[in-house]
Structure formats: C-alpha cells, structure tokens
Design a binder for this molecule. Structure first.
Ligand SMILES: [Zn+2]
Length: 259
C-alpha cells in the first residue's frame, strides 16, 4: 500500500470544504473588504498637528479628537417661553397648626392668613392669578408657578424689647435672588421695619416647601414681623405688610422674569 503523506489529504479536504461553502467564503471576503473600506473612508486625513499632539501625549490610550465643535452652543430654534403667570402664596401653618400663639390667644396662623388673603386680592386686582396654598399643600410637589412666597410671623415672646423686624430667606434649590431683592426692598420701604438678621433659623433657610416645589420655581419665606412688638402693624394695619409683599411680587413679575 502506498503511504500517503499526511498534508495532501488535508489540503484536499480544506479546498473541498471551501468549494462547498463558496457563498459563505465570498460573503466573508466581501465583508472584510467592506469593513476595510469603511475604516479607510472614515479615517481622517493625516494631520500633522494631531499627530504631534498624539506623539507628545504621555497618556497611553489617548487619541486626538477630530470632532469639529461649533463656535457657539446650538441655540434653540424657538426660545423657551415662560410658563403661564401664576403666584403661589403659602399661608403659614394653614391646614396644619396655629403656629406661634400669644397669651391672649392671637395666633400666627390667623395673622398669616389675613395678610396672605390681602396679598392675593391685591395681585388679582392687577390681573395676576394667585393660589393660596396650605403649609403642607398637596399641590406643592407639582406647583409649576411663577414664584412661591410663604408668609409667616414671628413669635409673641415679650422678653426683649428689641424683638421687632422682618426677615426673608430664599430657596437654595432655585435661584431666588431677584424675588428676594424685590420683596425685601418693597417690604422694608413700605413697613419701615428693620431686617432682623439675628433670628434667621434653619426653619427658614431649609424651609420644607423649598425642597418640595419643582426646581426652577423661585421661592422665598418671609417672617412679616414679631407678633408682640409689631402687633399693630400685623393686625390693625395688616394692609401695610400685605402691600409691601404684593408690590415686591409685582416688581419681580415686571423686572425679574423679563431679565
Ligand atoms: Zn410660622
């Protein structure tokens, strides 16, 4: 018997295999050619600057960036229009508790509601839609209004004759500087009260509603005055603090939003 060398049948087998599978072989060759063509087509032309950067780079896996970047960010075709005008007034403690209480039974909640209602009336008279919101109103998480203003009053303690004045704190989640400055200036000039820096608490700076309302809605909380020292202003003359707040909000609507 003739002894066949071992490689002759192997080649014969491979050729016969390729012959039987000609369509697949052709497909694989064409695929490879296609991929190489695609790679060549999309490869950038040799760029000496980019090569220099690549060569000088110490980072092993860095690659030069060829993507062209427009000079300016692409502007929206239609600029975003502000939502419909709507002001939310949180009447402090409404629907929850009475807030601070004086010895004779005067409650913070009733002072807040009286002022909140007057602010709402004054704004509505100027054609501004207003919602009076409760302290923990269900609408807060979805309240996409123009601004939210929470109205509170300060304690009724009689320890110190210095306890007079108002204070305002703005949301740390949405830039509320313009709203703050409009209401602050208007409230100060209308009521002639002093800004009472010393007694700003975490209840104001980390006010719960700031966290609940949607991002993008400016919000402030105002303590309109102390229930003992500023009592006449907050009760008998409550139209004065109400006017101070509503004029501040109108200032924000007229100046803050358009800028
Ligand atoms: Zn309060």
């Amino acid at each position: 018997m003739r002894q066949e060398s071992s490689w002759e049948p192997s080649i014969f087998v491979i050729l016969r295999f390729l012959g039987r599978n000609l369509p697949i072989v052709t497909f694989l060759i064409l695929s490879l050619a296609g991929m190489l063509f695609t790679y060549w087509f999309f490869s950038p032309p040799t760029d000496s600057t980019a090569q220099a950067i690549a060569l000088n780079s110490n980072i092993a896996f860095s690659a030069p960036i060829y993507k062209s970047i427009p000079d300016r960010p692409v502007a929206q075709r239609i600029s975003q229009s502000p939502g419909p005008l709507r002001i939310g007034i949180i009447s402090g403690h409404l629907g929850s508790d009475s807030g601070a209480v004086c010895n004779d039974g005067l409650t913070e909640a009733e002072i807040n509601l009286d002022i909140a209602n007057q602010v709402a009336d004054q704004l509505k008279a100027q054609g501004v839609p207003v919602d009076i919101l409760e302290e923990f109103d269900d609408r807060l998480p979805n309240y996409s209004g123009t601004a939210v203003i929470s109205i509170h009053a300060d304690s009724c303690i009689q320890l110190n004759t210095e306890l007079s004045g108002y204070k305002i704190s703005g949301s740390s989640f949405t830039n509320s500087d313009q709203l703050f400055s409009c209401v602050e200036q208007s409230y100060q000039s209308t009521t002639q009260l002093q800004f009472h820096y010393n007694t700003i608490t975490e209840h104001m700076t980390d006010y719960h509603a700031f966290r609940k309302i949607p991002r993008g809605v400016p919000a402030i909380i105002i303590e309109v005055g102390f229930m003992d020292q500023d009592r006449i202003l907050l009760t008998t003359n409550s139209n004065i603090p109400a006017t101070g707040i509503s004029n501040g909000i109108l200032c924000y609507i007229n100046e803050g939003i358009s800028s």
